[in-house]
Design a protein around this ligand. Structure first.
Ligand code: SF4
Length: 194
């Protein structure tokens, strides 16, 4: 492997180890496994097109069975609710309960992270973020996976006026808050075929 590629991989792996260790520690205090917290974090960030069991399964890259078991536990613990879609009655929407939101609020993930990032000059952070996003997107696209990006970076996001947004895919209006959520249908503006 190319030396640069090997160094990126090693760094990503070591950061991933830190994050997983933190998830285990935080989850352990509430009797939850990392996958349960990852599901709650995803649902807190996902938009109305992405809060389904299938979208969560795609995002986590796990089997349907594993995700179903996790959702059963989160539901039994009162951390999520299952709501039948108002239009398509066959579809189930997953929503965090107040208890689920409170648990995330009370369980700061990697509290040292904010402090560590604060030591990096804004311009260097910007470059680092752009490089990591490009790397992630390239790997996702080459694996045929969805980007699950933030709505305001999507090709379909139409800015129609001051604080007025619309999804060009569904033709539905989007609030400013929704443009900051992640989406299963996200199509990156910088999408490139390789
Ligand atoms: S604009 Fe893109 S990211 Fe936003 S809701 Fe539509 S498809 Fe999803």
């Amino acid at each position: 492997m190319d030396k640069n590629a090997a160094q990126f991989l090693e760094l990503a792996d070591r950061l991933g180890t830190l994050v997983r260790g933190n998830l285990r520690g935080v989850g352990g205090q509430s009797g939850l496994q990392p996958v349960h917290l990852q599901a709650l974090i995803y649902l807190a960030a996902a938009n109305r097109y992405s809060n389904t069991p299938q979208a969560l399964t795609d995002y986590l890259g796990l089997t349907k069975g594993t995700v179903s078991q996790s959702l059963l536990l989160l539901h039994a613990r009162g951390l999520i609710e299952r709501q039948v879609d108002s239009v398509d009655k066959r579809m189930v929407r997953l929503v965090l309960t107040d208890a689920g939101m409170q648990l995330l609020h009370d369980s700061p993930l990697l509290p040292e992270w904010t402090q560590a990032v604060a030591h990096i000059a804004p311009q260097r952070s910007k470059i680092a973020l752009a490089v990591l996003r490009e790397l992630l997107l390239t790997l996702q696209l080459s694996a045929g996976k969805r980007s699950f990006g933030v709505c305001n970076t999507c090709q379909h996001n139409l800015h129609e006026g001051p604080r007025s947004y619309r999804c060009g895919l569904t033709e539905e209006k989007l609030s400013l808050a929704e443009t900051r959520q992640i989406c299963r249908e996200h199509l990156p503006r910088e999408k490139r075929r390789r």
